[in-house]
Design a protein around this ligand. Structure first.
Ligand code: HEM
Length: 127
């Protein structure tokens, strides 16, 4: 099996866990462990891709579909920043240190939209 296929399988499982955790967003016992697992695994996946293929190097050299690749890489980077924000606001919500859930909810919808965009575009840029 190629390393690309292994990355795509992991990515699909991660998106599945995110959707599961998102569906159970009102149930803290299911929501928190699924989101933490998906975030940690996704960051490990980025590191694997980076270490094994030099993703950034590859992205810089790509000629075909370069605007799609630029979009994909930008949204993927934004997603990782959002993960830290989600982790922080989620932790504060859990500790009841912040009351309004609006900020975590708004950023949560944005994070899911970004992760799905990264996932969908990945199928069009993988050779
Ligand atoms: C990308 C990751 C995450 C996404 C997309 C996400 C999304 C959401 C959404 C949409 C809600 C519902 C808010 C509402 O309707 O009022 C929610 C609730 C919540 N989230 Fe997250 N979340 C993420 C990660 C986390 C993490 C890492 C933690 C904890 C460390 C966390 C803790 C919570 C808590 C405590 C609630 C309130 C549940 C309740 O009592 O209603 N979330 N999240």
């Amino acid at each position: 099996m190629s390393s690309g296929a292994i990355f795509q399988i992991q990515s699909s499982l991660i998106v599945g866990i995110f959707l599961f955790g998102f569906y159970h967003r009102k149930n803290r016992k299911l929501h928190i462990p699924s989101m933490v697992t998906a975030i940690v695994w996704d960051i490990l996946l980025v590191l694997q891709i980076e270490l094994m293929r030099g993703a950034i190097d590859k992205a810089m050299k790509v000629q075909v579909n370069s605007s799609l690749m630029n979009f994909h890489v930008s949204v993927a980077v934004l997603t990782v920043f959002l993960y830290f924000f989600m982790g922080r606001t989620g932790y504060l919500l859990k500790k009841n240190k912040i009351e309004p859930k609006k900020i975590h909810r708004f950023a949560g919808y944005l994070t899911i939209a970004c992760r799905l965009s990264t996932y969908i575009t990945s199928f069009f840029i993988v050779k």
